[in-house]
Write a protein that binds this ligand. Structure first.
Ligand code: AHN
Ligand code: ZN
Length: 332
């Protein structure tokens, strides 16, 4: 019941923010078609995505086995259903690095499932159970709120789903929300001796071994797409497996006016949800993930810390990523 009340408050707030974005559009209608040649590309509303990040974080850290995790799954499913997408909950059993077992789920939302040429857009929705990179060691066993490292990618996908419903373009899109990406071996663990890489990305590994379909022209993974001053470099494995997709997306970013955010330079190689998609399902998939070359940690100051909160999200970063994705979708 409380969830219901919460969800309806959320819907009202969403409406409020949508009107705020619509209003913006009416003031300057030419914004709506900027850089779009003949295609009418809708405007990504960063306020709407921001609100979804706040909603996800209000449940608490969405760690495996928690009530917040279950509540957030229900929210994500309802939010995609509200945009008329076909939603499937793919249940899975996950075994963590330490042998602990949890039931979890990937959430799959399909726009125009009848179309056979499709784009796959994905992000993880779980929260890391330990802030093991926090500057204060007292926080190393505290769960991460995961505004950026989790909620941001889901929020961008939900806002795109809303715009698809509004405009109804003739292109197939599947959104996959992967569970259990972020429970990989913590830095304080001294007793682990297996393959560390396999302890991350459990939901995407499960999906790649049990895909609901594979007829995607390409895939795009969103990971931590909301930090202040984030820049996206060309991630190494994305270039190795999906260089054409990298070129396509970076070109879209330039056309959308975001070449300063999507940098034309190489980034490092990251173990992330795109790897099982590239190596197991052979869907060429890139990872849009920030790189901070001059920071102590290259994923940014809030990565796996208790400071990964909505206050540290910058709507401008969400906008750059969301608008670039819309450009890709509408030029499919
Ligand atoms: C590694 O640190 C090996 N991979 C990072 C993947 C990740 C964690 N993305 C978000 N959180
Ligand atoms: Zn993480």
């Amino acid at each position: 019941m409380r969830l219901r009340v919460f969800l309806s408050i959320f819907s009202l707030l969403t409406l409020f923010f949508l009107f705020s974005c619509k209003g913006e559009k009416n003031i300057n209608p030419t914004d709506n078609t900027a850089n779009s040649d003949s295609v009418n590309i809708p405007q990504f509303c960063a306020d709407s995505a921001m609100l979804s990040i706040e909603t996800q974080c209000a449940f608490g850290p969405r760690t495996l086995g928690s009530k917040a995790h279950e509540d957030c799954a229900a929210y994500i499913i309802e939010a995609f259903k509200a945009q008329n997408l076909d939603v499937t909950r793919q249940e899975a059993d996950f075994t963590l690095y330490n042998g602990e077992r949890f039931r979890g789920c990937n959430i799959i939302a399909a726009y125009k499932p009848e179309l056979t040429e499709r784009i796959l857009i994905c992000a993880h929705w779980d929260s890391r159970p330990w802030a093991d990179n926090d500057p204060d060691p007292a926080n190393h066993h505290t769960p991460v709120l995961a505004a950026n490292d989790g909620a941001s990618g889901i929020a961008v996908m939900l806002e795109i789903a809303r715009l698809l419903k509004a405009q109804n373009p003739e292109v197939g899109v599947d959104f996959i929300c992967f569970d259990a990406e972020d429970a990989g071996v913590p830095e304080w663990e001294t007793n682990f001796s297996g393959n560390e890489q396999l302890t991350w990305c459990l939901g995407s590994q499960h999906w790649a071994n049990n895909p609901h379909r594979t007829d995607f022209r390409f895939g795009i993974l969103l990971d931590m797409v909301g930090a202040k001053d984030a820049k996206f470099y060309k991630e190494l494995f994305s270039q190795r497996y999906a260089s054409g997709v990298i070129a396509h997306v970076w070109n879209a970013a330039r056309e959308a006016g975001y070449s300063s955010v999507f940098v034309d330079e190489d980034g490092g190689g990251i173990t992330d949800d795109h790897l099982p998609l590239n190596t197991i399902t052979q869907i060429p998939t890139i990872d849009i993930i920030p790189y901070f070359p001059h920071m102590e940690h290259s994923f940014g100051a809030t990565w796996h810390t208790v400071s990964d909160t909505p206050a540290n999200i910058d709507p401008n970063t969400l906008k750059a990523v969301g608008q670039t994705l819309l450009h890709v979708i509408y030029h499919f």
